[in-house]
Design a protein around this ligand. Structure first.
Ligand code: FAD
Length: 540
């Protein structure tokens, strides 16, 4: 163990001081601690060809959130006699260079299960091990260690969220007090010739700061995360009664859930600290809901997807993914673009997609609605394409959770009741009969009478004229007939499941091609039905 020597604390996620075992360890017995964040072009370089402002993988909302989180982290580090060292470049190369330049004896960073970081960390670890640098890389992003859960489950990830607690019991740290502060850090040493910058602004990174017209919904950083956590759990009754999937997806003035996901994604908030707070409340109140529907249960869902994602080869694709049913999805980019750009002609779906683009966050059931609509419900577009759109636009975009939920919603894994489809017309109406949510996010429909707000194409022309919204001109006609398209989707999934059963789960690319051809033949045979006919109408 290196005593009185230099340590490097490499921040990636885990952008916090509280409950940060890697940071605590870096501080122990070190004369200098170098807290580093590397601006990685892989995630941060502007991509002018992308469908919305941002980099190749991340929309501007998420990049802004990350930069705000770094500024907040820098402020907190300054309060404990340190500061954040921001460097630019390939993180592997940059960190290796810092290890050499600063004579680092201890490298500390939070363990990351995402495939991108697994590969990156292998490279850095190999160098460190060869050079005699001690590595400390604890699991602190999730409640449990996914590798341990898999090992305890006989080498396979559990395929049911409730099994996590059964397999592991309550987490070992639950009864100990997680650190909420670090009193002080050893100073930053000489940085030599390494180019250190301040936290850049979006402009300095090469983005136009075209802030959407609404005030940003999230402010990145640990301070805001802890403030929002306190606000969320202040009402113990609310926590005790929390029950997902109950909750109104159309509530936008006061959303029905905590909205803490972006903070958990970047680790501005420790999921372990959050879980501990919830468990305290559950002890205090007389009655409370239980996992998987309780608020503490939501964090178990998070761990569940992390564990399955970690233990499944090719988790983020359909091909060669052992848990994913092979379904002959289409790759219709025209339908995809209509969905992505809020031009489906179904106000409930389009309003959600506008909220996603503006806020970078939508309620869980809103995510269900649009994911179902794009895939197995109506458009039959490949779930990987929808996943990519979410990955880009969500501020909370998270590799394991996003892929896991798209697998779920498309009935490709975990959930197989494909006949249960969210109606793009009646589902939202249950929560919001007057259409306040639609009017807010689609102002073009603001004067449409409530009788027609979910199906404006059925409004007589005189009503459309009065509402200043002519369907087909000011707002698109629906791109499909939901009634017909949803029936076609069900038939297609039924055929794919049948093939899966007959082939004992072994469906090859050729089998899938054959099935796809059969489906096209069937559609041609039944000319005049649903999705095709409406698709031939011009999309607006
Ligand atoms: P709350 O209900 O307050 O829950 C608290 C926390 O529990 C969340 O912040 C989140 O970390 C976790 N959680 C809640 N629901 C789930 C769930 N179903 N699976 C895993 N963890 C959960 N969530 C993401 O964080 N990132 C994503 O990229 C993401 N993509 C999704 C894609 C689809 C198609 C769907 C249907 C859901 C997706 N979710 C994702 C899960 C869920 O919708 C969000 O976590 C939740 O809506 C965030 O809001 P909240 O923080 O108010 O949640």
């Amino acid at each position: 163990m290196a005593s009185g020597s230099n340590s490097l604390m490499w921040f990636r996620k885990g952008l916090r001081i509280h409950d940060n075992p890697a940071l605590e360890y870096a501080a122990k017995n070190s004369s200098h601690v170098y807290p580093v964040f590397v601006i990685d072009p892989h995630y941060m370089k502007p991509d002018p060809t992308a469908f919305s402002p941002g980099s190749k993988f991340a929309g501007l909302n998420r990049i802004r959130f990350l930069l705000e989180s770094l500024t907040d982290l820098d402020c907190s580090l300054k309060k404990i006699s340190s500061r954040l060292l921001v460097l630019h470049g390939d993180p592997g190369d940059v960190v290796i260079r810092c290890l050499k330049e600063w004579d680092i004896k201890k490298l500390c960073f939070e363990y990351d299960t995402d495939p991108y970081y697994q590969a990156l960390d292998r490279k850095v670890k190999n160098y460190a091990l060869d050079s005699g640098v001690e590595i400390f890389s604890p699991v602190s992003h999730t409640l449990f260690n996914p590798a341990e859960i898999i090992q305890k489950n006989g080498g396979k990830p559990p395929m049911n969220c409730q099994l996590i607690l059964k397999i592991a019991g309550e987490p070992h740290w639950l009864s100990s007090s997680l650190s909420t502060t670090v009193p002080t850090l050893p100073p930053v040493g000489d940085v030599g010739s390494c180019e250190i910058s301040e936290v850049p602004t979006v402009k300095q990174l090469g983005y136009e700061d075209n802030q959407e017209d609404e005030t940003p919904i999230f402010k990145g950083g640990e301070s805001e995360a802890l403030r929002r956590l306190r606000e969320s759990i202040n009402d113990k009754e609310w926590v005790a009664k929390f029950e997902k999937p109950n909750g109104d997806p159309s509530a936008f003035l006061k959303p029905a859930t905590t909205m803490l996901s972006p903070y958990l994604k970047f680790g501005c908030l420790s999921s372990r600290y959050f879980y501990q707070c919830l468990k305290e409340i559950e002890k205090e109140v007389k009655h409370h809901t239980l996992p998987p529907v309780s608020l503490s249960g939501q964090l178990l869902w998070r761990d569940f997807f992390y564990t399955v994602g970690f233990g499944t080869v090719n988790f983020d694709r359909m091909r060669n993914n052992a848990i994913c049913r092979q379904i002959p999805w289409n790759n219709d980019d025209e339908l995809l673009a209509a969905w992505r750009d809020a031009r489906t002609g179904f106000p409930w779906i389009d309003a959600i997609m506008v909220q996603l683009r503006k806020w970078g966050w939508i309620h869980h059931l809103a995510r269900h609605s649009v994911a179902c609509f794009l895939t197995r419900g109506d458009l039959f577009v490949h779930w990987e394409k929808g996943r990519d759109v979410f990955e880009r636009l969500l501020v909370d975009s998270d590799w394991a959770i996003n892929n896991g939920n798209w697998l779920w919603l498309s009935c490709s894994a975990f959930f197989y009741q494909y006949h249960r489809i969210y109606s793009p017309i009646t589902f939202g109406k249950k929560y919001d009969p007057t259409g306040a949510y639609i009017r807010h996010f689609l102002p073009v429909l603001k004067d449409m009478p409530k009788e027609y707000i979910y199906e404006p194409w059925t409004a007589p022309l005189s009503i459309q004229t009065k509402a200043n919204c002519i369907i087909g001109k000011d707002y698109p006609k629906p791109i499909i007939s939901h009634e017909i398209a949803s029936k076609e989707c069900k038939n297609k999934i039924a055929a794919a499941y049948k093939l899966y059963k007959t082939n004992n789960g072994q469906v090859s690319d050729e089998d899938l091609q054959k099935l796809r051809r059969q489906m096209v033949d069937n559609l041609d045979h039944n000319q005049g039905t649903g999705s095709r006919r409406l698709k031939q109408q011009k999309l607006i």
